[in-house]
Design a protein around this ligand. Structure first.
Ligand SMILES: C[S@@+](CC[C@H](N)C(=O)[O-])C[C@H]1O[C@@H](n2cnc3c(N)ncnc32)[C@H](O)[C@@H]1O
Length: 236
């Protein structure tokens, strides 16, 4: 069962239309302990203030943001494979964040920080222009009903915001297994003056070999869904 938890202090009430519904999903004891014990090492609290990522990561390195990382397995895998980069993950689902912290500890990551907040607000309020080299949005909620399309995270205004936070020649990588959303993404991104398609015009890219299969993708594959990958480059 899903329910909107308006009393959660981590989620501000200002924005009426959000791309998520806070699920009260079951949290395991290990996840709950991880949230308590590993948060000082990996967690960043949302304060509404600008984050100084260079000082948080204690170096200047190319930075990847993953929005809606789910259980974080894919994020931890790529962060472990690229110690030369820094990774920021944003997810609102508490058990998923707990799971990610456990995986990060197991992989002994030094290049990952995690936030539990609405990514749209984090991008608007806490990240600086050109702060990011890469943004990953894998299998965002497809909101299939027409009346819910306004909840899809990929919207013209949001893409414009991403365009300000991603530096020139940085990459925006997306994937979805919901074909109508894949076309929606292509349409929205193709009309943006900030990005150009890394594939031919109005085409998807071949699935990147190093993108791990995510939990949500695995579920779609079992249902016979095909994944579509998109890659857009921030124009100079
Ligand atoms: C369909 S799931 C996919 C999770 C993961 N990427 C995967 O492929 O397994 C989408 C996730 O995005 C998160 N999400 C949606 N909108 C978000 C937002 N504005 N900020 C942070 N997380 C968000 C949801 O909580 C959910 O866990």
């Amino acid at each position: 069962m899903t329910s909107q938890n308006h009393s959660d202090p981590l989620i501000s009430r200002r924005r009426a239309i959000r791309s998520f519904v806070l699920r009260q999903g079951r949290i395991t004891l290990a996840q709950s302990k991880a949230l308590e014990q590993l948060w000082p090492a990996y967690g960043l609290n949302f304060t509404g203030q600008i984050l100084d990522l260079d000082s948080i990561f204690q170096r200047q390195a190319p930075r990847t943001l993953e929005i809606g990382f789910g259980d974080g397995e894919s994020l931890v895998t790529v962060a472990a494979a690229h110690p030369e980069r820094d990774y920021l993950g944003i997810e609102v689902h508490e058990p998923g964040v707990g799971h990610c912290l456990l995986a990060a500890q197991q992989a002994e990551l030094k290049n990952l920080k995690v936030m539990r907040h609405d990514a749209v607000e984090v991008l608007k309020q806490s990240l600086k222009p050109n702060d990011l080299d890469e943004v990953l949005i894998y299998f965002p909620d497809p909101w299939p009903k027409t009346k819910h399309h306004k909840r899809r995270i990929i919207q013209t205004e949001f893409v414009q915001l991403l365009g300000t936070r991603i530096q020139a020649l940085g990459r925006l990588r997306l994937a979805t297994d919901w074909a109508p959303y894949a076309d929606w993404m292509l349409d929205v991104l193709s009309t943006s003056d900030c990005f150009e398609n890394a594939a031919a015009d109005h085409r998807f890219v071949t699935r990147p070999a190093e993108r791990p299969v995510t939990k949500f993708e695995r579920r779609g594959l079992r249902l016979g869904h095909l994944s579509h990958d998109l890659e857009f480059i921030r124009k100079t």
